[in-house]
Write a protein that binds this ligand. Structure first.
Ligand code: FAD
Ligand code: SF4
Ligand code: SF4
Ligand code: SF4
Length: 450
C-alpha cells in the first residue's frame, strides 16, 4: 500500500488527510505556514449557523496531530514532483523554525520577553506579533517559531527558555517522500484591494477588508472582539459593506463570483446587529447569492434584524473631513443615496493561492485561465486533475464555502486512497481507467449537437 502526500493544511487538506489516514494509509501533510488550519482558523463564526469557527476546526486539527497515520510537515514547501501515478517522488524543503520542535512546550515565556513587534499576517494586518511567536493560541503544532528576519538577537528568549529550545542556528532540510498519489489543497488568497485604489483601502483608515473585520470581530483578535474605527478607536455608528470587490469585475481580470462574500457579509452584519442593534448597517450589492442550505433564511434573518440591503455599487470612496462619503445609485429605484459611514468593509473576493502557479508547473498540472486548478470535468468530477494520480480539493479548484471545501476534501481523499491501495502501473494493481481531458468531452458534446 502506498503513501499519500497532501499539500496544504486548510480545512480541505485536513479533511482529506483524516479521511485517507482513517482508511489505514499513511499521509504526509505539507503546510508552508508554521501552523495548520488555513483561513478557517482566522474566522470568528461560520454562516449560516454562527458556530464558532475554531470550535469546529480545532478538534480536527488536534485529530490530525494525534493520528498515527499522519505526519505533519509545517514551514515546508514543495520543491519537486517527479515520477508518475503510483510512484511519485515529492521533494520538500523544510524551512528553519529556529526552535527545537521536540523539546518546545509552547509555554510562551519567550514571547512575553521578546521586545520586537512586527506586523501580524494572521490578524490580517491590524495587529502585531513578536519576533518569536505562536501564530495563534490553538496553533498545531503547539510550538513557537522565531522570525530570524526581524529578530535583533537580544538573547532574552534564549535565557528564559527552560528546556533550551531556541536555536541560534538552524538550516533548511530537504526531505524526499514517496507517494502513490497527491492531493493539492493550497486554498485561496483574498483579493488585494490595492488593485482598486479608488476604494481607499490603506489610504483611508476606516476602510477595511472583510478578512480584517473577521479578525476584529473575533474575541481572540487584535481588538478583543470589538468592531472599531481604526482612525479614532471608537465604535462605529454606521457601517457599509461593499460587495463583489475583486469579483465579477473585468477591470481587475476577475470575472467569476467568489461564492462566499454575500454570506460572510450577511453573517458579520448579523453579528454586529445582534451585539449592537443601534449600529446602522447597510450592504451595497449587485446580487445577493444565498444558494446553500439555510442561506436564504439567514438572509431573511439579517433583514429582520434591520440590516439594509441597497442594490447598487459606488464607483469610489471619497475622503471627507474625519471620514468618508459613499454615493450609490439604487439600481432598482434610480434614487441616489449619499452616505457618511464611520466604517466601510470591502467584501474582497477569492483568488488562487499565490504559490499555486509555481506548484502546478512543478507538478505538471494545467490551470484554468482564472488560475484555479483545471479538473477533468466541471460538473461530474471536480477533484481529478488532468495529471493521473494528482487530485485537488477545496478552494484550489474554485471559490467555495467551508461545507463544500470539506466535501471536496473527502472526495479527493477517496480518489487518492484508491490509487494508494491499487497502485497504478505496477504489477500489483490494475490501471484505473481515466476520463479524457475536459477539452475532449466538450468537443464530443458539441459535435453531437451539431
Ligand atoms: C472574510 C471571509 C469570511 C468567510 N467566512 C466563511 C463562513 O462563515 N463560512 C464558510 O463556510 N466559509 C467562509 N469563508 C470561506 C472559507 O474561508 C473557505 O471556504 C475555507 O477556508 C477554504 O479552505 P481551504 O482548505 O480550501 O483553503 P485555505 O483555508 O486557504 O487553506 C489552504 C492551506 O494551504 C496552505 N498552502 C498554500 N500554498 C501552499 C503550498 N505551496 N505548500 C504548502 N501549503 C500551502 C495555506 O498556508 C493554507 O494553510 C470565508 C472567507 C472569507 C474570505
Ligand atoms: S521556545 Fe522555550 S520558552 Fe518558548 S515556548 Fe518553547 S519552551 Fe516555551
Ligand atoms: S533574540 Fe530575537 S526572538 Fe529572541 S527575544 Fe530577542 S528579538 Fe526576540
Ligand atoms: S458571492 Fe456575492 S459578493 Fe461575492 S462575488 Fe458573488 S455576488 Fe459578489
Amino acid at each position: 500500500m502506498g503513501n499519500v502526500v497532501v499539500i496544504g493544511a486548510g480545512v480541505a487538506g485536513i479533511q482529506a488527510a483524516l479521511d485517507i489516514a482513517s482508511h489505514g494509509i499513511h499521509v504526509d501533510l505539507i503546510e508552508r505556514e508554521p501552523t495548520i488550519g488555513g483561513h478557517m482558523a482566522m474566522l470568528d463564526k461560520t454562516f449560516p449557523t454562527n458556530d464558532c469557527s475554531m470550535c469546529i476546526l480545532s478538534p480536527k486539527m488536534v485529530d490530525v496531530s494525534r493520528h498515527p497515520n499522519i505526519t505533519i510537515h509545517t514551514c515546508t514547501d514543495v520543491e519537486k514532483v517527479e515520477g508518475e501515478a503510483g510512484h511519485f517522488r515529492v521533494t520538500v524543503k523544510k524551512h528553519p523554525r529556529y526552535i527545537d520542535e521536540t523539546t518546545c512546550t509552547g509555554c510562551g515565556d519567550c514571547v512575553l520577553v521578546c521586545p520586537v513587534e512586527v506586523y501580524n499576517r494572521f490578524d490580517a494586518g491590524i495587529g502585531v506579533r513578536k519576533a518569536i511567536y505562536k501564530p495563534h493560541p490553538q496553533a498545531v503544532p503547539d510550538i513557537v517559531v522565531r522570525d530570524q528576519e526581524h529578530c535583533i538577537e537580544c538573547g532574552l528568549c534564549y535565557d528564559v527558555c527552560g528546556p533550551g529550545s531556541v536555536k541560534r542556528e538552524d538550516t533548511e532540510k530537504e526531505i524526499v517522500i514517496d507517494a502513490a498519489s497527491i492531493v493539492l489543497a493550497t486554498g485561496y488568497e483574498v483579493f488585494n484591494p490595492k488593485k482598486k485604489p479608488q476604494l481607499g483601502h490603506l489610504t483611508l483608515p476606516d476602510v477595511i477588508t472583510s478578512l480584517e473585520l473577521e479578525r476584529m470581530i473575533n474575541a481572540g483578535g487584535p481588538t478583543g472582539g470589538k468592531v472599531l474605527r481604526l482612525s479614532t478607536g471608537e465604535k462605529p455608528k454606521s457601517i457599509i459593506f461593499l460587495q463583489c470587490v475583486g469579483s465579477r469585475d473585468m477591470t481587475v481580470d476577475r470575472p467569476y463570483c467568489s461564492c462566499v462574500c454575500c454570506m460572510q457579509a450577511i453573517k458579520n452584519a448579523i453579528l454586529i446587529k445582534e451585539k449592537s442593534p443601534d449600529t446602522d448597517v447597510t450592504i451595497c450589492y449587485m446580487d445577493i447569492r444565498s444558494f446553500g442550505k439555510g442561506y436564504e433564511e439567514y438572509y431573511e434573518r439579517a433583514k429582520a434584524l434591520g440590516v439594509r440591503f441597497l442594490r447598487g455599487m459606488p464607483s469610489d470612496i471619497i475622503p471627507d473631513k474625519g471620514g468618508q462619503i459613499v454615493q450609490v445609485e439604487n439600481t432598482e429605484t434610480a434614487e441616489v443615496t449619499v452616505m457618511h459611514p464611520d466604517l466601510v468593509v470591502l467584501s474582497v473576493g477569492m483568488e488562487p493561492a499565490p504559490s499555486l502557479a509555481t506548484l502546478a508547473e512543478k507538478s505538471g498540472i494545467p490551470l484554468e485561465e482564472s488560475g484555479f486548478v483545471k479538473t477533468v470535468h466541471d460538473a461530474l468530477d471536480t477533484t481529478t486533475t488532468l495529471r493521473p494520480g494528482i487530485y485537488v480539493a477545496g478552494t484550489a479548484v474554485a471559490p467555495k464555502d467551508i461545507p463544500d471545501s470539506v466535501s471536496s476534501g473527502g472526495s479527493a481523499a477517496m480518489r487518492a486512497y484508491r490509487d494508494a491501495v491499487a497502485p497504478v502501473n505496477t504489477p500489483y494493481g490494475t490501471i484505473p481507467e481515466r476520463p479524457e481531458p475536459v477539452r475532449e468531452h466538450r468537443k464530443t458534446a458539441r459535435s453531437r449537437s451539431e
